[in-house]
Design a protein around this ligand. Structure first.
Ligand code: ATP
Ligand code: MG
Length: 428
C-alpha cells in the first residue's frame, strides 16, 4: 500500500516545473519523513537530476544559496524560498567533510543520506514512494538504522552520531543494535568535529519538546562525555533531576535548558566555579556572546528566591543581585523547578512576592538613584573611580529603605559620609 503524502501547492509547483523541463525531481529528507509520521512538514527539500545551472535557467527567480554543493534556492510567487539540490554522491569523506560529485540517479543520492528514515523520496506528481532502504517500515516500527554499514557511515561523518541520537529521541525510536554498537564505538570521533556543528546539534536536540530520551541517549552512548564532559560526570541522581528540570523549561529556550542541566547536575560545585566552567564550555562550542553572557549571568547570580516571610529589603537585594533586566530568566527556571516538583513548598509564594516587589518599581540599580555623578560633581566632589563606590553605597542604603531615594536624603547621606566612602583596604 502506497502511503499518501500531501505536498503543499508551492512544493508541487517546484517539482512540476522541473519535470516539465525534462528533469526528474523528488521531494526528499525530513519533509517526507515527517509527513510519513503524520506530522505537518514545513521543510520540503528537493532532489533533482538537473544541474544547478539548469535549475537557474528553468526558474525565473533563484538565489545561489549553496551552488558549490549543488543547492539553488527557488523563489515562488509568494517569495518563499525552496531549496533544490542536484543528486549527489560522495567520492571521498574524512569524518568531517565530504568531496561530493553530482549523480544521475536518485538511488545514488539516497544512498549517501544518513538514516533509512531520512532516505525516502516521494514523487508528488506520480504519487510514488521510492524507499530503497526500508525507511517507511523503520518509521512504522520505530527503528533507527543507518543506510549501509553503520561503522562506515559514522566514520564518514561523525555528526551522524548526534543526529541519530536526536532523531531517536525525538521520535521515540529504538536504535537498531548494529547501528547502536557502531555509534557507541565511534563517539571518539566527535572530537574532530567543528564546534559549530556540535553546538547546532546540541541546540536542536534540546529543542525537541521532550528532550528526556535524547539526553538519555547522549549519556548512555558516551556522546555526552565528548560534548559536555562535566555533565557526563554527574551522578545518576543529579543527572535525573537535571533532565527533569530541563524538560520543564520552554522548548524554544535551549540556552535556559542548558543552564538548567548544569545548575542541577552540578549542584555541589561552587557557583562561581560553575559559571566559569560553563563560560569556557560555551565559548569552546562557539555559542554567541549574548547566549554565553545570559547563561553565565544566571549561574553567577543567586538561584534561590528569598523565603516568603523574608523582609522586603531582602527581596529587593535579591532582585538587585539578579538584575531586573535578567530576572525573567530566573523566574522561568524557578517555574520549571516548581513544575518538576523540585522546588521548596512555599516557592509559588516566594515567586509571587518577588514579582509583586518588582512590579512595585523599587530602585534596584545605581541608575535608579535620585542623584547621579553630575550631582556629586555639583556637590564639589572630584570625579574618579570612587564615584562608583559612593553610588553603590547609596544604592545599598536605598535597597534597605527605598524612601531614602530622594535628592535631599541622598545629598544628606553623601555629606554625612564626608563625601567619599571609606577607602578600601590597601593591598601591598
Ligand atoms: P530536521 O530538519 O528536522 O532536523 P532533516 O532530516 O530535514 O531533519 P536536515 O539537516 O535538514 O535534516 O537535512 C536534510 C536531509 O539531508 C536529511 O533528511 C538527510 O537525508 C540528509 N542529511 C543531512 N545531514 C546529513 C549528514 N550529516 N549525513 C548524511 N545525510 C545527511
Ligand atoms: Mg530539514
Amino acid at each position: 500500500m502506497t502511503p499518501r503524502i500531501e505536498v503543499p501547492a508551492a512544493a508541487r509547483w517546484v517539482v512540476e516545473t522541473l519535470e516539465s523541463a525534462g528533469f526528474e525531481t523528488w521531494t526528499v529528507g525530513g519533509g517526507v519523513r515527517d509527513a510519513l509520521l503524520g506530522a505537518a512538514s514545513v521543510d520540503w527539500d528537493f532532489a533533482t537530476v538537473a544541474r544547478p545551472r539548469d535549475v537557474q535557467r528553468v526558474f525565473r527567480r533563484t538565489v545561489p544559496v549553496g551552488i558549490d554543493h549543488g543547492t539553488v534556492g527557488v523563489l515562488d510567487e509568494w517569495g518563499v524560498l525552496h531549496e533544490v539540490t542536484t543528486f549527489r554522491q560522495d567520492i571521498e569523506t574524512d569524518g568531517r567533510h565530504a568531496v561530493v560529485t553530482f549523480a544521475d540517479r536518485i538511488e545514488d543520492d539516497l544512498a549517501r543520506r544518513d538514516f533509512t528514515i531520512n532516505a525516502v523520496a516521494w514523487h508528488p506528481i506520480r504519487k510514488e514512494l521510492f524507499d530503497p532502504f526500508g525507511g517507511e517500515a523503520d518509521l512504522r516500527t520505530g527503528r533507527l538504522r543507518t543506510v549501509g554499514v553503520p561503522a562506515e557511515r559514522f566514520a564518514e561523518d561523525y555528526l551522524r552520531i548526534l543526529r541519530g541520537l536526536r532523531f531517536a529521541g525525538r521520535f521515540g525510536m529504538e536504535i537498531d543494535a548494529a547501528t547502536w554498537d557502531a555509534l557507541v564505538a565511534a563517539t571518539d570521533g566527535l572530537g574532530g568535529l567543528s564546534a559549530e556543528r556540535i553546538r547546532e546539534e546540541w541546540v536542536k536536540m534540546l529543542g525537541t519538546p521532550d528532550p528526556t530520551p535524547g539526553l538519555g541517549l547522549y549519556r548512555e552512548s558516551g556522546a555526552l562525555d565528548r560534548v559536555a564532559p562535566a555533565l557526563g560526570r554527574a551522578g545518576a541522581d543529579a543527572w535525573r533531576r537535571a533532565v527533569d528540570l530541563a524538560r520543564e523549561v520552554s522548548t524554544d529556550e535551549p540556552v535556559l535548558r542548558t543552564v538548567a542541566l548544569f545548575e542541577r547536575a552540578m549542584a555541589e560545585v561552587e557557583r562561581e566555579d560553575l559559571a566559569r566552567g560553563v563560560a569556557t564550555w560555551m565559548e569552546g562550542l562557539r555559542f554567541s556572546n549574548a547566549d554565553t553572557d545570559r547563561a553565565v549571568h544566571l549561574l553567577a547570580t543567586p538561584a534561590e528566591l528569598p523565603r516568603a516571610e523574608a523582609d522586603a529589603s531582602i527581596v529587593r537585594r535579591w532582585l538587585a543581585a539578579v538584575g531586573p533586566e535578567r530576572v525573567d530568566d530566573r523566574f522561568a527556571l524557578v517555574e520549571a523547578s516548581i513544575r518538576a516538583g523540585q522546588a521548596a513548598p512555599d516557592c509559588s509564594d516566594r515567586l509571587r512576592i518577588a514579582r509583586e516587589t518588582l512590579a512595585g518599581g523599587p530602585p534596584l540599580r545605581v541608575g535608579d538613584l535620585a542623584i547621579g555623578g553630575r550631582d556629586l560633581i555639583r556637590l564639589g566632589l572630584k570625579p574618579g573611580p570612587r564615584f562608583g563606590d559612593l553610588l553603590e553605597a547609596l544604592l545599598d542604603r536605598v535597597l534597605e529603605n527605598p524612601s531614602l531615594n530622594t535628592r535631599d536624603a541622598l545629598i544628606a547621606e553623601v555629606t554625612r559620609r564626608g563625601g567619599l566612602p571609606e577607602a578600601p583596604p590597601e593591598h601591598g
